[in-house]
Design a protein around this ligand. Structure first.
Ligand code: FES
Length: 554
C-alpha cells in the first residue's frame, strides 16, 4: 500500500516538475513563450482538481516518506538510497519559500504571480539568495525524481534498452530549464535597462502591501513544522528501539556462525545490514525482486506466515516452504538463515555492468554453432590433433563473434554459444549476429584451406540463431561463475542449430530474427517449427550457404 501511494503521488509530482522544467526551458525561446505556456499550465495546476492533486500528492508523498523513516529499522542505507532520502527531505524545506511567495501569496492573499516576469524579477533582483535556493530546489527535486524512477523501473524488461533515451531526457531537461531561467532574466534585464521604473512596479504588483512579513511567518512556520516532524520521528525511533529491546530480541544466525541480536519487528534484511553482512536486495527491500530470499535452516516456528504480497512473490519463483524474503520476514525468535542469492560477486563493479549479474530478463540474440561430423573426426585422430584443430576453430569463431559485436558465452564440446544484445538494442543485435555468422563461415573457409593437409575432409559447420527474451545472470559455481543466458530462447536457438543438419544447410534462423535485422531473404525456404507448449508454430528460414547473406550495416 505504501509503495503504491509513494508511486502514484510521486508520479503526480513528477508531472508537476516536468511541466515546470519545460516551462522554464521556453525561456530559451523568449519570455513571451514562457508566459504563453504558463498561461495554460497555471490554470490547470491552480484549478480545484489541480490544487487537490498537487497538494494531495505532496502531502501523501511526505507522509509516506515519514512513515518509511519510521518503519525503517536501521538508517544504514546504500549510497543511492541515502542520496534519495537526503534530496527528498531537503525539497520541502527549499520549496517552502517558493510556495509561500507564489501559491500562498496568489491563492490566499490576493497576489498575482501568474506572470514569469514578476517571479523572475523577484528571484533575480529582489531576493537573489532565494533565486539560488530555487535553482537548488529544481536540481534536488529532479535528481530525487530520477533516482525514484530508476529504482522503480530498473527491473523492467525494456529499461536497459531505453537507458540512453532516459539519460538524455534526465540530463537535458534540467539543463534546458536552467538555460531558460537565465535567458528569461537576460530578456527581462534588457527591458528593465530601458525603463528604470519597471522593476519597482513589477515587484510591487507581485504582492499586496504589508504581505511580506506574513509570508515570512508562513515560511518559517512551514520550516518549523517540517523540522519538528523530522525530529519527532527520529526521537520516536529511539524510544521504540529501547522499548523493543526490553521486549526481547531475535537472534539471526548466518553461515560461518555470524549472528546478530535484533529487536522483534526487525526484518532479516535489517539484521544483515546492521551486521554488515552482504545481502542482495535489488528492489531496496520493497518485496518485489525476490533477490533477498533466504533459506530458513532452523527454528522455522519463530517465523510468522508470509503476508499476501510476500506470498505472491514466493509463489512466482516457486519457492519451497522454507524459503522466505528477508526484507519481509520479521522473526519472533532465533532463526538460522542462508542468503540464497550471492552478493559479493554482485557487489563488485555492479554499477558498471550493462546487464545485471543477479539476474534479469531481456531481449537477446542467441547463436549456436556446431561442427558437423566432428565426433567421427575426433575418433580417428590423436588427442593432440583434436585439441589443436578445435583450438584453431574456437579462435577463429571467437574472433568473428567479437568482431561483429557479440560475446562468446561458452564452448560446449565442439559447439559455440554466443550472445548478442548484452549492450545493444535487439535490432542491432540481430544484424550483428547475422554478420557474425557470415564472418564465421568465411573464417572457416580460410581455416579449412590452412588445415587442408591435416584434414580428410573440410570442416563443416551449422549455425542456429534466434532472438527472444532470455534470463540473463551470473551462473555457475566458484570460479566457473560467468554471465550467461538461459530459457526458452536459448533452447530454440540450440534446436535451430540441430535443424541445420536435418535441412543440410549452413544456417537456420527464426523469422523474428530476420525481421529484427530488417532483411527479406527472398530466396531462402521457409519452414514452421512446432515447439511444445506454444500455440503457434515458429516461422524459420534456412540459408544454404552463408555467402548468400548480405553484409549488413549495423
Ligand atoms: S529486496 Fe527485493 S524482494 Fe526483498
Amino acid at each position: 500500500m505504501t509503495g503504491r501511494l509513494r508511486m502514484s503521488s510521486g508520479l503526480v509530482l513528477f508531472a508537476y516538475v516536468v511541466t515546470h522544467l519545460v516551462n522554464h526551458s521556453l525561456g530559451i525561446v523568449s519570455l513571451a513563450a514562457m508566459e504563453a505556456m504558463l498561461g495554460w499550465v497555471h490554470p490547470v495546476w491552480t484549478s480545484i482538481p489541480g490544487t487537490i492533486a498537487i497538494y494531495g500528492a505532496f502531502l501523501v508523498h511526505l507522509a509516506v516518506a515519514f512513515f518509511a523513516l519510521w518503519e525503517r529499522r536501521t538508517l544504514k542505507l546504500r549510497p543511492l538510497e541515502a542520496l534519495q532520502y537526503l534530496l527528498g527531505f531537503s525539497v520541502p524545506f527549499l520549496a517552502a519559500t517558493h510556495v509561500a511567495g507564489t501559491r500562498i501569496n496568489d491563492s490566499l492573499l490576493g497576489g498575482d504571480g501568474s506572470h514569469y516576469s514578476k517571479v523572475l524579477a523577484g528571484l533575480w533582483y529582489a531576493e537573489p539568495l532565494n533565486g539560488v535556493a530555487q535553482i537548488a530546489l529544481l536540481l534536488f527535486a529532479w535528481v530525487h525524481v530520477c533516482i525514484g524512477l530508476r529504482l522503480w523501473l530498473r527491473l523492467r524488461r525494456w529499461y536497459e534498452t531505453a537507458l540512453p533515451y532516459i539519460y538524455a531526457v534526465a540530463i537535458l531537461l534540467p539543463v534546458f530549464a536552467l538555460l531558460g531561467f537565465v535567458a528569461g532574466e537576460r530578456e527581462l534585464g534588457a527591458a528593465l535597462d530601458q525603463d528604470p521604473g519597471l522593476l519597482a512596479s513589477t515587484l510591487a504588483s507581485r504582492a499586496l502591501p504589508g504581505v511580506r512579513p506574513l509570508l515570512n511567518d508562513i515560511t518559517w512556520g512551514i520550516f518549523a513544522t517540517l523540522l519538528g516532524m523530522t525530529a519527532g520521528v527520529l526521537i520516536a525511533r529511539t524510544f521504540r528501539r529501547h522499548w523493543q529491546r526490553r521486549r526481547g530480541v531475535s537472534r539471526i544466525t548466518y553461515p560461518g556462525r555470524r549472528w546478530i541480536d535484533v529487536p522483534h519487528g526487525f526484518t532479516v534484511l535489517d539484521a544483515s545490514k546492521m551486521l554488515g553482512m552482504p545481502h542482495t536486495s535489488i528492489c531496496g527491500g520493497k518485496g518485489r525482486c525476490s533477490t533477498c530470499r533466504i533459506r530458513v535452516l532452523a527454528e522455522p516456528d519463530a517465523l510468522p506466515p508470509p503476508a499476501a504480497d510476500e506470498q505472491r512473490v514466493l509463489h512466482r519463483i516457486h519457492a519451497p516452504p522454507n524459503v522466505r524474503l528477508a526484507c519481509q520476514l520479521r522473526p519472533h525468535g532465533a532463526v538460522n538463515v542462508l542468503p540464497l542469492v550471492s552478493s559479493p560477486l554482485i557487489g563488485r563493479d555492479h554499477a558498471h555492468r550493462p546487464v545485471s549479474a543477479d539476474g534479469g530478463e531481456r531481449e537477446l540474440v542467441i547463436m549456436f554453432a556446431d561442427l558437423h561430423d566432428f565426433t567421427r573426426l575426433a575418433e580417428t585422430r590423436l588427442p593432440f590433433d583434436v585439441v589443436f584443430i578445435l583450438n584453431r576453430y574456437f579462435h577463429e569463431m571467437g574472433q568473428a563473434v567479437e568482431t561483429a559485436g557479440g560475446r562468446v558465452d561458452k564452448f560446449i564440446g565442439d559447439a559455440v554459444m554466443a550472445l548478442f544484445g548484452l549492450e545493444t538494442a535487439s535490432e542491432c543485435a540481430c544484424t550483428q549476429a547475422l554478420n557474425a555468422a557470415r564472418m564465421m563461415f568465411a573464417r572457416l573457409d580460410i581455416l579449412n584451406s590452412a588445415l587442408a593437409d591435416d584434414l580428410d575432409a573440410p570442416l563443416r559447420m551449422g549455425i542456429g540463431i534466434h532472438v527472444g527474451v532470455a534470463v540473463v545472470g551470473e551462473m555457475g559455481y566458484g570460479r566457473t561463475r560467468s554471465l550467461t543466458a538461459v530459457g526458452d530462447t536459448v533452447n530454440v536457438a540450440s534446436r535451430l542449430q540441430t535443424l541445420s543438419k536435418t535441412y543440410g544447410c549452413a544456417l537456420v534462423v527464426s523469422d523474428k530474427l530476420i525481421a529484427g535485422a530488417g532483411l527479406e531473404l527472398p530466396g531462402s525456404p521457409s519452414h514452421e517449427l512446432v515447439i511444445e507448449g506454444r500455440r503457434a508454430p515458429l516461422g524459420i528460414r534456412t540459408v544454404a550457404k552463408a555467402c548468400d547473406l548480405p553484409a549488413l550495416r549495423v
